[in-house]
Design a protein. Structure first.
Lengths: 139, 405
């Protein structure tokens, strides 16, 4: 299987690798996946409390090139978006942007799950109710 | 000058030795005859070449030329041995003993036997990949007709105690079949000293061509017979019909001759390179060798680099270095290697493994390049790994509730 150029580029030059202070009230952390499945993503967002805009996003991922690229792309897309806009990021947008083959769609699902988990973590910290998401279909 | 890419996947297939190719070429055009054409010089030339190759093959494994059945490869030989014995010895019993770490060509053939009404025992292996001889003996019943245990494993290189296995089998009057695909040509294999009754192997794992292999079938003490699995002209003493692949067989013969000639020197040189590769990679933190280091093929090294995923790791250098991984992502099934899991490795470690298969044409320069590239990529990916960060913070990953997806 060969990778798309975009996957290779994100793999070689990943954007926003790193760690935000997960104890901070305006940071939301999403940790999804499992080591035994071969993918774990941790995605973090930092939100400007006044505007609700995501000012920074970081990730760390254990997984294949497509998983790394999906999370790297997700952090790029998150920066500058409002939390509400971020919720609209769909895994299929990631699939399309990175030209992921069918066998790698689960990597994009994981990235979407990570975004949602990070947002819910942020909401919980700030006394907001967690949003209930439908179980993702593609796994 | 170092030429890229570097090939370190010799367990998958080996490049052809140029001397093998030279031996084969005349049999594509000049001597194109059918080895079964008994009445003209074209046939005679082909038959002579096949006979010579049969001797070369037999010599490598200490067999008689009459005991060599040419096939299309090891998968066909595995099928012929297991299904052929199952049918031939049906009146004696229907029970076969094998191990969980066998190649799919053996495991899936055994599954097929089960569908036909046969009974199969799959022996577990220990953390080194070795079967337990006591468990083997305990599994033998009056209906047991065959023990099918591979000589050496394709993923981890672990060498099974074939001599001890065959001694037990003999005591109970059970036949021994071994898949010798990874071992023959790499380490000394002698069907008589090892007490082997049937053995499958392949040319393309020992610097010969693809599409040709052989099944050794013992003729004396005891005389072993297998039921043919293909109907036709009754070639190969009735056990394997089909016009002989003369150039391929010539290539297999030459490959065997060269392996015999070069084995000692190759092993010495290659195992030294393997050890250098292995000890250098083990300098990385949290790197573990999979399988037995003591009972192991000289050219194989399987290592797990904890907290990085195998496919992601390979992507860091697979334009320049060819290796393979037990990671699920490299297979269509999304399941990590069943061989590594059989050793008791957690799925996480199985996902983190790389298999290096060195060969006759591996150079020290290539190994030095590989050590550097792999080490750098492991370090880079760990910087990107949330698991590595947790490990470094002293968090026990087993205490985390993962959202398995």
């Amino acid at each position: 299987m060969s990778y798309s150029e975009k996957v290779i580029d994100h793999y070689q030059n990943p954007k926003n690798v790193g760690t935000l202070d997960k104890a901070s009230k305006n940071v939301g952390t999403g940790l999804v996946g499992a080591p035994e499945c071969g993918d774990v993503m941790r995605l973090q967002i930092q939100v400007d409390e006044a505007t609700g805009v995501i000012t920074d996003a970081k990730f760390k991922t254990f997984g294949c090139g497509s998983a790394i690229a999906s999370s790297s792309l997700a952090t790029e897309w998150l920066k500058g978006k409002s939390v509400d806009e971020a919720l609209k990021i769909d895994n299929m947008d990631i699939v399309e942007e990175l030209n992921l083959p069918p066998v790698k769609i689960h990597c994009s699902v994981l990235a979407e799950d990570a975004i949602k988990a990070a947002i819910n973590d942020y909401r919980e910290k700030n006394g907001l109710e967690k949003i209930k998401f439908e179980e993702s279909v593609v796994h | 000058m170092l030429k890229l890419p570097i090939y370190l996947d010799n367990n998958a297939t080996t490049p052809m030795d140029p001397r093998v190719l030279d031996a084969m070429l005349p049999y594509f055009n000049e001597h194109f005859g059918n080895a079964a054409s008994r009445n003209h010089p074209f046939g005679w030339a082909a038959e002579e070449a096949v006979d010579y190759a049969r001797e070369q093959v037999a010599k490598l494994i200490g067999a008689d030329p009459k005991e060599i059945i040419f096939t299309s490869g090891a998968t066909e030989a595995d099928n012929l041995a297991i299904k052929g014995v199952y049918e031939m010895y049906a009146s004696k019993g229907n029970h076969i003993i094998t191990a969980t770490t066998e190649h799919k060509a053996v495991l899936d053939t055994c599954k097929h036997i089960e569908k036909l009404g046969g009974e199969v025992t799959y022996l577990p292996v220990d953390k080194d990949g070795l079967i337990d001889l006591k468990e083997l003996e305990a599994a033998i019943k009056p209906t047991t007709i065959l023990i099918a245990i591979m000589y050496a494993n394709n993923e981890i290189g672990t060498i099974q105690p074939i001599k001890e296995i065959s001694a037990i089998a003999r005591k109970h009057g059970v036949l021994v079949f071994t898949d010798g695909t990874q071992a023959v040509g790499k380490i000394p294999v002698d069907v008589n000293k090892d007490g082997i009754d049937l053995m499958a192997f392949s040319a393309h794992k020992m610097y010969g061509p693809k599409g040709v292999g052989a099944l050794y079938v013992r003729r004396k003490n005891p005389r072993v017979k297998v039921t043919a699995q293909m109907d036709g002209g009754g070639h190969e003493r009735g056990m394997r019909s089909g016009t002989l692949n003369v150039p391929g067989i010539v290539g297999l013969g030459k490959a065997c001759e060269l392996c015999m000639l070069d084995m000692e020197a190759d092993t010495k040189r290659i195992s030294k390179l393997r050890d250098k590769l292995e000890s250098s990679l083990l300098l990385l933190e949290e790197a573990y060798v999979n399988g037995s280091r003591e009972h192991r093929l000289p050219h194989v090294c399987n290592i797990s680099f904890k907290y990085v995923e195998g496919e992601g790791l390979m992507m860091g250098f697979n334009k320049n270095i060819a290796v393979s991984s037990g990671s699920a992502c490299t297979s269509a099934s999304l399941e990590p290697s069943y061989v590594l899991k059989a050793l008791g490795l957690g799925d996480d470690l199985a996902h983190s493994s790389l298999r290096f298969g060195l060969g006759r044409f591996t150079t020290e320069e290539q190994i030095d390049y590989t050590i550097k590239a792999v080490s750098e990529t492991v370090i880079k990916l760990r910087e990107m790994s949330p698991l590595w960060e947790m490990y470094k913070e002293g968090i026990d990953l087993n205490t985390i509730e993962w959202t398995a997806h």
